[in-house]
Design a protein around this ligand. Structure first.
Ligand code: CAA
Length: 376
């Protein structure tokens, strides 16, 4: 790894250990992230990791982003999902598909953390089948009027800005989807409900209703009726972020289980002397190492401007399933202690599970990988 990336790892690890980790248990227990953490994330530039300097960002590459995500997720996955939801799913599409005017308007307040972003694709009736969404944007002079309901929106409660996918033609075809940049303080937007989840307790997941929300035409993102491509390209990058999150959670669980195994004495010796425990640690360590390499490869391709759809899906598929495995085994190493909230591994186990589901389930990743392998 290049020295610049090692430096970023050291800096973000220090931030994770000193600022975030001490509060992670409380964040999970109370189901909210203190404002002080969000303020520190903003001050550290983590809301504008890859935003160019001219818009107030840190102008880092995607590899740096993945490293930062891994380290913060190691401390607290609730905090890291706020950062990934914002950066991967809202900042990135504006950077990539936005007009110069849209970038000038929206990126600076996102880089500073003044405006948190979210991504509104899924709906009650459109999850894996994202193209079947029914939210509609009706053209009305200089505006579009958006109506519909969006489901499972990360940062949905706090977001001030959203990328919203809506159809601009009454058609079941994904080719009628258009992407919009939506001011979430607009009239007609309501949070229907906040989900009570298995893990990621500190981050908000909202169902959001749009009732004739007026969006100026200049907020159309990318080409009209090419919004599905905007969504898919955004998710390619997002999947690297989720993979890094899964890796960070796995690393945390592994480190804890390894340390515990050296302290815990049974049958007259530390349990790390037992081959049964060693084999678990070996498998955990190997899956973590492989996840990291896949993530670095996908990020490297993205940084070079090469195609990375398959590699991002592979990284997410492997790292999320590895994270589920590692956190499961971490509980096994701790035995009864692993199952109680006094020890962090049960939190890691709950937090890891969603990485196999959001931004495309493992089954969708397999479809994407197979499609990339088979085409041409
Ligand atoms: N980049 C750019 N464009 C892409 C693309 C990519 N990676 N993949 C596909 N496309 C384009 C194709 O070129 C095609 O466009 P054209 O017709 O204009 O050429 C169009 O998209 C359709 O492509 P496919 O026929 O390959 O798509 P499909 O219908 O066979 O499969 C799917 C689509 C892979 C199943 C897709 O629907 C999918 O990824 N579903 C999962 C959705 C998902 O991940 N949801 C998570 C929501 S986000 C979230 O979790 C919320 C949060 O807040 C965390």
């Amino acid at each position: 790894m290049e020295s610049q990336h090692e430096e970023i790892r050291n800096l973000s690890a220090r931030f994770a250990d000193d600022v975030v980790a001490p509060l992670a248990h409380e964040i999970d227990r109370r189901g909210e992230i203190p404002d002080s953490i969000i303020k520190s994330v903003a001050e550290s530039g983590f809301f504008g990791i890859f935003i160019p300097e001219e818009y107030g960002g840190a102008a880092m590459d995607y590899t740096s982003y993945a490293i930062i995500m891994e380290e913060i997720s190691r401390a607290c996955a609730s905090t890291s999902v706020v950062i990934t939801g914002h950066n991967s799913l809202c900042v990135w599409p504006i950077m990539h598909f936005g007009t110069p005017e849209q970038k000038k308007t929206h990126l600076p307040p996102m880089a500073s953390g003044e405006k948190l972003g979210c991504f509104c694709l899924s709906e009650p009736g459109a999850g894996s089948d994202a193209g079947s969404l029914t939210t509609f944007a009706k053209e009305e002079g200089d505006f579009f009027e958006i109506s519909g309901t969006k489901n499972f929106i990360t940062n949905g409660k706090e977001a001030k800005l959203a990328i919203v996918m809506a159809k601009t033609q009454k058609s079941p075809d994904y080719r009628s989807i258009t992407a919009f940049i939506v001011d979430m303080t607009s009239k007609g937007i309501t949070v229907n409900k906040l989900e009570d989840k298995l893990g990621l307790k500190g981050s908000s997941t909202a169902q959001i209703h749009f009732d004739k929300v007026r969006v100026p035409k200049e907020n159309l993102l990318g080409e009209r009726e090419r919004g599905f491509r905007v969504a898919m390209a955004t998710l390619d990058g997002g999947r690297i972020g989720v993979a890094a999150q899964a890796l960070g959670i796995a690393e945390a669980a592994f480190r804890y289980a390894k340390g515990y195994s050296k302290q815990r004495v049974q049958f007259g010796a530390p349990i790390s002397n037992l081959q049964a425990v060693q084999f678990m640690l070996a498998d955990m360590s190997t899956k973590i190492a492989a996840s990291r390499l896949l993530i670095l490869e996908a990020s490297r391709l993205k940084d070079r401007g090469e195609k990375y759809t398959k590699e991002a899906a592979q990284a997410k598929l492997f790292a999320s399933e590895a994270s589920a495995f590692v956190t499961h085994k971490a509980i096994q190493v701790l035995g009864g202690c692993g199952y109680i909230k006094e020890y962090p591994v049960e939190r890691h186990f709950r937090d890891a599970r969603i990485t196999e589901i959001y931004e495309g389930t493992s089954e969708i990743q397999r479809l994407v990988i197979a499609a990339q392998e088979l085409k041409g």
